[in-house]
Design a protein around this ligand. Structure first.
Ligand SMILES: Nc1ncnc2c1ncn2[C@@H]1O[C@H](COP(=O)(O)OP(=O)(O)OP(=O)(O)O)[C@@H](O)[C@H]1O
Length: 291
């Protein structure tokens, strides 16, 4: 569904300054996957989401979504892509919704833009997100969580194959967040729509099939749920809720890995950029050269 290889995004600030937001990011996402993207502030999560959604163009690399090469699309093709292939759910409701329209009119809006308006489908989508009884409600009378569910219905209006969500539970309380999550999970399983969510929410992370961590504009590690695992002999970790997962480091296209800072500190690598690398019993060992 999504093939992202050596993806680069450089923002030019002025004649002399630029920011490298993505520096050779590799990521494959299967059709029908529900996956999370995590990473500290400034690591490149939103930039990646903007590239996937066609809101901004990559500087270099390869990005194919649903068979479309996003580095090669014309401006016109990009508009069509944004309208038909992807749906967005933002943390900030002002970005998702038109406040003076009712819930059902909001869901109809992207259909109108595409020229295929159907009230029955808009109603069906609102029923799917559990708002069948609030069709005519003006947005101001809906709670934050309900507004976020309207946003999900809007994102689905033109039957996209990909939903991108940026912190969809970021501004609602725990109960509303649970409901949003359940809706997304249900849509993923029922409609088979691929969902990519940027999140800090540990509750949300637990519901994902896979979580990819981004560090400095590159994928650094992946967490897989136990049900996703292929090999029984992997190192399985348990979180505080007793759920099991496996954490894998990602090899980039040049076969490099990022070693977590805390691992390096633990073996005393603080002010050197060299380590000992050796093979032992079919394992690669990284050690402190001064020991
Ligand atoms: N339009 C832009 N112009 C210049 N620099 C940008 C622009 N957008 C992002 N950046 C820079 O690119 C880097 C990655 O930003 P990005 O917003 O993707 O990070 P993030 O992981 O989403 O962070 P956060 O969790 O704080 O939202 C940052 O250094 C940021 O300042």
């Amino acid at each position: 569904m999504i093939q992202c290889e050596n993806l680069m995004k450089i923002y030019k600030i002025d004649e002399e300054h630029e920011v490298i937001a993505l520096q050779g990011l590799d990521l494959q996402i299967e059709k029908g996957e529900m996956m999370g993207i995590i990473g500290s502030s400034g690591s490149g999560k939103s930039t990646l989401l903007n590239m996937l959604g066609g809101l901004d163009r990559p500087t270099a690399g390869k990005l194919i979504v649903d068979g479309k090469n996003l580095l090669r699309l014309s401006d016109r093709e990009l508009v069509k892509y944004k309208l038909e292939t992807v749906g967005f759910v933002w943390q900030n409701n002002a970005r998702n919704l038109i406040p003076y329209l009712s819930a059902v009119e909001n869901v109809e809006m992207p259909m109108l833009l595409k020229g295929s308006h159907k009230r029955s489908r808009a109603k069906e989508l609102l029923e799917m997100v559990g708002l069948g009884n609030r069709l005519k409600s003006k947005l101001g009378s809906l709670s934050g969580g309900e507004q976020q569910r309207v946003a999900i219905a809007i994102a689905l209006a033109n039957q996209p194959s990909l939903i991108l969500a940026d912190e969809p539970t970021g501004s609602v309380d725990g109960k509303a967040a649970d409901m949003i999550l359940d809706v997304l999970h249900h849509l993923n399983r029922e409609l088979g729509v691929t969902i990519v969510i940027v999140t800090h929410d540990p509750q949300l992370k637990r519901k994902m099939d896979r979580i990819v961590a981004i560090r400095d504009g590159k994928t650094s590690s992946e967490i897989l749920r136990r049900s996703q695992l292929l090999h029984q002999d992997q190192v399985v970790k348990e979180d505080t809720q007793g759920e099991t997962h496996v954490e894998l480091a990602v090899l980039d296209s040049a076969r490099r890995i990022q070693i977590p800072e805390e691992y390096l500190k633990a073996i005393g690598i603080t002010n050197t950029n060299k380590v000992h690398l050796k093979m032992e019993d079919e394992k690669i060992i990284i050690a402190n050269p001064s020991n």
